[in-house]
Design a protein around this ligand. Structure first.
Ligand code: HEC
Length: 177
């Protein structure tokens, strides 16, 4: 089999890409800065994509959509945590020995079912789901799920888990909800 020529490697293409990145990077920084000054994480993402898209308007439309997709896919990952890494934290933390949670294949029955209970309890606690899940892991006694005993959910995760592990774990538990 003869190796296929990479269709993107022509002088014109390289130039267009260089131009594109030269525009994308400042656009990204500006978007980030604007997003942060309004303190909304969602804003950061939206604005970055908008600016990146307008910056590429000089390039062919196929590339523009590729570029916009790349930006959308990478931006939230840096702020919202990785559910895939969170699954590893879930397993190594032994959460599944007490909790049922389908995405992890866990069938523990000592604590609440994490497929359904956090959403219900977050409402009762008047908290957004992610904030509630995070609190439930680092300060389990701040809100006790009705019918479950105090002090069974380990109190040590706040010190055992790094900030990033915690963020990934919360992303895993809240993903798909
Ligand atoms: C020894 C058993 C045990 C282990 C291990 C355990 N939990 Fe729990 N967990 C409980 C019990 C019991 C509760 C209910 C009491 C409470 O709300 O603190 C609970 C509550 C929770 C809640 C709140 C659920 C709700 O609807 O209020 C979350 C979220 C949670 N655990 C996540 C985790 C995660 C993530 C891990 C692993 C890092 C973990 N738990 C490990 C026993 C455990």
């Amino acid at each position: 089999m003869e190796p296929r020529r990479d269709p993107y490697v022509t002088v014109g293409e390289v130039f267009v890409w260089l131009l594109f990145f030269a525009l994308l990077v400042p656009a990204g920084i500006v978007g980030w800065a604007i997003g942060h000054s309004t303190s909304g994480r969602t804003h950061t993402v939206t604005r970055t994509v908008t600016l990146a898209a307008s910056a590429t308007s000089a390039t062919p439309s196929v590339k523009q959509s590729t570029a916009a997709k790349t930006t959308t896919a990478t931006a939230p990952a840096s702020t919202a945590g990785s559910a895939a890494k969170g699954e590893a934290v879930f397993v190594s933390g032994g959460c599944g020995s007490c909790h049922t949670f389908k995405p992890a294949g866990a069938r523990g029955a000592i604590g609440p079912d994490l497929d359904t209970k956090p959403a219900i309890d977050a409402k009762k606690a008047h908290m957004p789901l992610a904030a509630f899940v995070r609190q439930s892991i680092v300060k389990p006694n701040a809100y006790l799920s009705p019918g479950y005993p105090k002090g069974v959910m380990p109190q040590s995760f706040a010190v055992q888990l790094s900030k990033m592990q915690l963020t990934d774990l919360v992303a895993f538990i809240t993903s798909g909800k």
